[in-house]
Design a protein. Structure first.
Length: 368
């Protein structure tokens, strides 16, 4: 083999790229002094394109397939070079492989809350996060605007810039949508499509296309979520008066179960029955009001609070207080209070309750 044949053999190339990563967008083919011989084999696989750069100019772009680098396959390069030294002469060029597959699961999220004017709650702050997928649609534009001469360009180098674009467009879209906060969860698909349409024009200026835009969650501040939970609880409870009476009946049952308290089981049962009757009457009156067939119910009876072992119990109606006096659990000196009183007072000092003590029969005479 002659010296010329030996040198010529060093320039014969097989130019290809098999990607072993999941995040490489651009990869430059390594070649000593970038010398490539005419007749070299170029293999471009599916989800790839190859871009030749000669003397700073992007020339030919190759789609998937196998090519023998000859003048008919390199029209722009052939025009620039002229090949005055023969078609088999080596030439210097850089070959960049561009990965055109979809790069999925690119994360985005709002660093700071977005302030919105909600039609139901007024000014409110929300946060959001999700993911998106991209692919390169204009390889030469992407090389020019983003990757430059980077020999191995990954998604990590561009995700911060893309994330900022996504968050900005998301903020615009969610503010313009006028969708109430409580209805956003049912409109994630529609909002994702709108946001994707707003993002794509900006991405295409960089040679990128967004193929999928997903909103995973839109959240409110913790204190607002807590207030919403309370509001939901009230909505489930329904009638607040009935709920208050239910709570009063429950507290009486618990007091009756306490052997150290002044209320016995019999008193607790009596008061519970009294409260149950009141709840039934209230519910009946409410049903009658809904039917508009009877006058509105009379005002609620006065309710009293009773001091038991230094703790406040109640409220109790006058009927329940009378039962407590009959059972002996409410004494004349027991401290009570009702709405409108300036301070607690002994039961026999409150007119409505003092008269009840006269209705109690005297103790039975001792048996002989």
């Amino acid at each position: 083999m002659g010296l010329f044949d030996k040198l010529s053999g060093e320039f014969v190339d097989i130019i290809e790229w098999t990607d072993s990563t999941n995040d490489t967008i651009v990869w430059r083919f390594p070649r000593f002094q970038n010398e490539i011989k005419m007749g070299a084999k170029l293999t471009v696989r599916e989800s790839q394109v190859a871009v030749f750069v000669n003397e700073g100019h992007m020339t030919d772009v190759y789609s998937p397939g196998m090519y023998t680098l000859e003048t008919q396959n390199m029209p722009l390069m052939s025009t620039l070079k002229g090949w005055k030294y023969g078609f088999n002469s080596p030439f210097k060029a850089e070959v960049y492989f561009i990965n055109t597959k979809q790069f999925t699961n690119q994360k985005w999220g709002t660093k700071n809350p977005i302030i919105l004017r909600d039609p139901e709650f007024g000014p409110i702050r929300v946060r959001a996060f999700g993911n998106y997928a991209i692919r390169i649609v204009e390889p030469k534009l992407f090389l020019k605007e983003i990757a430059g001469t980077d020999g191995q360009f990954t998604t990590e180098e561009v995700t911060e810039q893309l994330r900022n674009i996504v968050v900005t467009r998301f903020s615009d879209a969610i503010a313009e949508s006028k969708i109430p906060v409580l209805d956003m969860a049912s409109n994630y698909d529609e909002m994702s499509k709108v946001i994707g349409d707003k993002i794509n024009p900006t991405f295409k200026e960089l040679g990128i296309e967004i193929t999928k835009m997903l909103i995973e969650n839109i959240s409110l501040p913790p204190e607002v979520e807590a207030a919403l939970d309370k509001r939901s609880s009230i909505g489930i409870i329904g009638n607040l008066n009935a709920f208050s009476q239910y709570q009063a009946a429950t507290s009486m049952e618990k007091a009756a179960e306490n052997p150290n308290g002044i209320m016995g089981a019999g008193v607790g049962m009596g008061m519970g029955m009294g409260m149950g009757n009141q709840m039934n009457n209230t519910m009946f009156n409410q049903n009658q009001n809904q039917n508009n067939t009877v006058p509105p119910p009379p005002p609620m009876a006065t309710q009293f609070f009773v001091a038991v072992n230094g703790a406040q119990t109640g409220p109790y109606t006058e009927q329940v207080m009378q039962q407590m006096i009959q059972q002996g659990s409410l004494k004349a000196e027991t401290m009570i209070w009702k709405n409108g009183m300036a301070a607690w007072a002994a039961a026999n000092q409150v007119a409505e309750i003092a008269k009840l003590f006269t209705m109690v029969p005297p103790p039975l005479p001792p048996t002989i």
